[in-house]
Design a protein around this ligand. Structure first.
Ligand SMILES: [Zn+2]
Length: 339
């Protein structure tokens, strides 16, 4: 686990065990607030120990219900838990099935208990503690229950999985994610803590958000083009690699390629079964007017045909449990993330 101090008394913990998922702690004179919990007990215990040496933990905020952000919750004995109303609902409806599966897949999760939020909200809520103002805002797209947490005094945004090295919309949807990203563009920020990966510094924030918006548009356009050309999912995956949608393949130790393939498949399945959504996507594609990258991506696809096929299969396996309601929505990719 990696620990970083990004402001006076604001700490970010990045998992060394699972997909560089982050948790944060804000220490104030009246107690500490922790945002997200990491999935594996042994890293969560290190976070708790570190924070409690500085202040008692008063509140834990879940940014969304996914396992990698909530499984450590049961280890916080005294804190009150805050989340979006839908997060509580999703933990109740999907959590148990997901946890059962996760325990089988990973014995170190055997003691995990789901810890439900005590305080829930819809829209927006503010929390004041020790001279800090935390603004919690609904930010769906990655999941329906996603929120961001903004610390007004430090101008730091904990964006959770609204900002990731590659937007991941299998359990949400791209148009909603685009709206949530647009909202972030208007904010004057010092730092953005992503749900996974490195902290984004002031000078890189706009570029990062624009690049995610660009990616989602290109990814959706790729799916529309594939459907219009009657391509199979496999042909689509071969033709539209992550770089053809404007993102690097190396982030999160390469895990982003699986996220991208899963995004394509989920969008393909949604649009091919919903004519209304397809028509809306076509209209957006026409408005977006993508750059002409088709010939380049075809060349790349040919040159790297084999590895892409393998990844496409991996992504399908990953996408399945996510499509089914499972609290451990991000679990299946864990072995790959360890690489
Ligand atoms: Zn996540």
């Amino acid at each position: 686990m990696h620990r970083e101090r990004i402001s006076d008394d604001v700490y970010v913990f990045t998992s060394g065990l699972y997909a560089q998922v982050t948790a944060c702690a804000i220490v104030t004179s009246d107690g500490a607030v922790v945002i997200d919990t990491l999935p594996f007990p042994n890293e969560t215990r290190q976070v708790i120990e570190y924070v409690e040496r500085r202040a008692p933990i008063k509140y834990v905020i879940y940014t969304h219900y996914h396992a990698d952000h909530t499984y450590g919750g049961y280890l916080f004995r005294q804190a009150q838990f805050i989340a979006h109303e839908l997060c509580r609902e999703l933990l109740i409806t999907r959590g148990d099935a997901g946890l059962k599966l996760a325990r089988v897949q990973n014995p170190s999760l055997v003691d995990v208990q789901l810890r439900l939020p005590d305080i829930v909200f819809t829209g927006e809520m503010s929390l004041r503690l020790g001279g800090k103002t935390f603004v919690l805002t609904h930010s769906p797209g990655h999941t329906p229950d996603g929120i961001t947490v903004y610390i007004r005094e430090d101008k730091i945004l904990f964006a959770a999985d609204t900002v990731m090295p590659v937007p991941y919309i299998v359990d949400g949807d791209a148009p909603t994610m685009l709206k949530s990203l647009q909202i972030l563009k208007g904010m004057a920020l010092e730092n953005v803590v992503q749900g996974h990966g490195e902290i984004v510094l002031r000078g890189e924030i706009n570029e990062t958000i624009n690049s995610s918006i660009n990616y989602l548009n290109k990814m959706q356009n790729a799916v529309v083009s594939a459907l219009l050309a009657n391509q199979s999912r496999d042909d689509m995956l071969r033709e539209y690699d992550i770089e053809s949608c404007g993102k690097t393949r190396i982030a999160l130790n390469g895990l982003v390629q699986q996220l991208h393939a899963a995004n394509l498949i989920a969008t393909y399945d949604r649009l091919s079964t919903d004519k209304g959504k397809l028509a809306a996507a076509k209209a957006r594609a026409a408005a977006f007017a993508p750059e002409k990258t088709v010939s380049t991506s075809k060349t790349k696809a040919k040159a790297t045909k084999k590895p892409i096929q393998v990844k496409a299969k991996a992504a399908k396996q990953e996408a399945k449990p996510k499509a089914k309601p499972a609290g451990s929505a991000e679990k299946p990719s864990r072995p790959k993330a360890k690489k």
